[in-house]
Design a protein around this ligand. Structure first.
Ligand SMILES: [Zn+2]
Length: 268
């Protein structure tokens, strides 16, 4: 279980959907509140992502007996540091039980926007409706639905993803071990075999810190959702989206750079 740190609270405020509970453990030095000084949000006035700070006066807190975080509610208000015009408000309910803190957002203003990843959107253009539904489910914390939609989209697009990988390899050599592994993945075989093969189907530069996003995609595809909670499915849907987004973004930018290079060198 993750420890309730400033970083975790920041991520929770910025990304968690309404009414979905998250559970954390208390840090060694117990927290006195959920308050943190800064979050990063998109400012509609500045028309860009800006740091938002709590600009409310905090007088009177120092010198008092420090009370520890208790069950109840918290109202957190952050204002854009640049224009000092746009404020974002979060209402959070917390339940504190010994070392465990459960939190849920029960209000947020302005309403959180549904962020569409333009590269994924383009990649899934045949399945735009599923992608839209997956995002709506994610945004509402409907984890089981989100995971099911994402899984369906990935199943429908996995061979396009493999095509993209092959075109990035830029080699006709069918004996190349990575090419062999990709050919193996295209065959009908049990998912458990594919997870192993997927680990060999990526060049090193597509494995950040040794993590293999393709292997992760296959292992997520093989996981059923029969007995998982909404919260667990939400995590899985999010990591499915992150793995896909990483691969597609990397491959697209490499292709762009390669084309640019060809153009430049070709023009010499
Ligand atoms: Zn602003």
């Amino acid at each position: 279980m993750e420890v309730l740190s400033d970083e975790i609270i920041k991520n929770f405020l910025e990304n968690a959907s309404l009414y979905s509970w998250k559970t954390f453990s208390q840090p060694k030095k117990l927290r006195t509140s959920l308050w943190i000084s800064e979050i990063d949000e998109f400012c509609e006035v500045c028309e860009q992502a800006r740091p938002f700070h709590d600009l409310r006066p905090r007088g009177g807190l120092s010198g008092r007996n420090i009370e520890y975080l208790k069950s109840g509610t918290s109202c957190l208000i952050y204002t854009c540091v640049s224009c000092k015009n746009e404020s974002h408000t979060f209402l959070v309910e917390q339940i504190v039980n010994d070392d465990i803190v459960k939190v849920q957002k029960y209000g947020q203003r302005p309403r959180k926007k549904i962020e569409r990843d333009s590269k994924l959107q383009k990649f899934f253009k045949q399945d735009a409706e599923y992608y839209e539904k997956a995002l709506i489910s994610l945004n509402n914390g409907y984890g089981i639905a989100a995971f099911a939609y994402f899984r369906r989209i990935v199943e429908l697009n996995i061979s396009n993803l493999l095509d993209l990988l092959v075109s990035d390899l830029n080699t006709e050599d069918t004996e190349n071990p990575i090419n062999l592994a990709i050919a193996e993945l295209r065959k009908e075989s049990p998912m458990s075999d594919k997870i192993k093969v997927a680990n060999k189907a990526l060049p090193e530069y597509l494995k950040p810190e040794g993590l293999n996003p393709l292997g992760k995609i296959y292992s997520l595809l093989s996981e059923g959702v029969h007995s998982l909670t909404d919260e667990e499915c939400l995590d899985k849907a999010e990591s499915l989206q992150a793995c896909l987004s990483f691969l597609i973004t990397e491959l697209a930018s490499r292709r762009r750079n390669r084309d640019k290079f060809k153009k430049m060198v070709g023009a010499l």
